[in-house]
Design a protein around this ligand. Structure first.
Ligand SMILES: [Zn+2]
Length: 196
């Protein structure tokens, strides 16, 4: 019985469970312009990649709990002392000391606006987002950086106020668990599995 490969860590080691290799038959590649003569074969390969989040793990875990985390340099000797970063930076890019993790959820709910945006009618392989994808770059009061994300409800406009939503039902623990909607959107308009 085949199952997806699953991974957990015990005693500081990766422990693997399930099937990481699937036997899929190869098929011939033939030339339709020359009497279907054999040119080669396909070699199907299935891969389970173990992506470690390291110091960013708490950011993804927190999304499932309706919390948006950022980081701040608290090194008094650093020129960037007090600077707040989101996307979540584990280390200060200026002094390289470990940043303090802060909760940005309230600031995001009150002050997030669209800096700029783009709409994509097509997407690449393995993309599961609904099209058109409305990518937005978001500004927050007191934050030095701009966050790239996507708008789920509303039409993006410059300086438009947006509020965060979180995939709390069956979270994927990826950045897709965070999305945004136009201010004034009601709970019943949110995509499935998301809440404020
Ligand atoms: Zn610093």
């Amino acid at each position: 019985m085949s199952m997806f490969g699953q991974v957990f860590v015990k005693d500081n080691k990766y422990k693997l469970k399930g099937d990481f290799h699937h036997m899929t038959p190869n098929t011939p590649i033939r030339n339709a312009d020359d009497d279907y003569k054999l040119l080669g074969i396909t070699n199907p390969r299935d891969m389970t990649y173990m992506h470690s989040y390291g110091g960013e793990a708490i950011f993804f875990e927190s999304l499932s709990k309706r919390k948006l985390l950022a980081t701040r340099c608290d090194d008094a000797g650093c020129d960037s002392h007090g600077t707040i970063y989101i996307p979540f930076r584990i280390y200060c890019p200026d002094c390289l000391s470990k940043n303090t993790v802060i909760d940005l959820t309230d600031i995001a709910k009150k002050t997030a606006t669209i800096h700029t945006f783009m709409e994509c009618q097509r997407s690449g392989a393995f993309n599961i987002m609904d099209k058109p994808i409305k990518f937005i770059n978001i500004e927050f009061d007191g934050v030095a950086t701009i966050l790239m994300s996507y708008l789920s409800v509303g039409e993006p406009k410059f300086n438009m106020k947006v509020v965060p939503i979180f995939k709390t039902s069956e979270p994927t623990f990826t950045i897709l668990d965070l999305s945004w909607v136009a201010e004034g959107t009601t709970e019943d308009q949110l995509p499935e599995g998301f809440s404020f």
